[in-house]
Design a protein around this ligand. Structure first.
Ligand code: CU
Length: 146
């Protein structure tokens, strides 16, 4: 079942990271239950520490190789300013390490991520947000590559 898999991934993420998968609403639940790979996906994710929220859109269907994601960081519902975003991607169930994510800031809390997903399977995108060199929140998002 999709929900079992999501729960297992959430557990795996807490084991591998101090960040946890928190409330993934709407489209993300759809994402966990599968669907047409040709559809582009979007997610709304609450920050693990509750300070921020994240709107994440896949620019095109997820696939093996480089995937572009548009991320908007929101603070109390408005675009967060003066923040820096870093991200990594890893496969929860495998030990081949993290994949680099290149991040470009587009201003007004918007970032463009190029995520290298080198093989099919379950990936976990981990995002951290800093302000003045201090981590203020982050989130983790499951990405499924078919
Ligand atoms: Cu792998």
């Amino acid at each position: 079942m999709g929900s079992d898999r999501c729960a297992a991934l959430a557990l795996a993420s807490t084991l591998t990271r101090w960040l946890t998968v928190v409330a993934i609403s709407g489209a993300a639940l759809w994402g966990c239950s599968g669907g047409d790979a040709a559809d582009t996906q979007s997610w709304e994710v609450e920050g693990s520490w509750g300070a921020l929220s994240f709107e994440i859109d896949a620019v095109g269907p997820l696939g093996e190789g480089t995937n572009r994601l548009a991320v908007t960081v929101l603070e109390e519902g408005a675009p967060a300013d003066d923040v820096r975003l870093t991200a990594t991607a890893e496969m929860s169930a495998m030990s081949h390490g993290e994949s680099e994510v290149s991040v470009a800031s587009e201003g007004e809390g918007r970032f463009r991520l190029d995520v290298d997903l080198t093989m099919p399977g379950e990936w976990l995108l981990v995002i951290e947000v800093e302000r003045h060199a201090e981590v203020i929140d982050g989130c983790a998002l499951e990405l499924e590559v078919r």
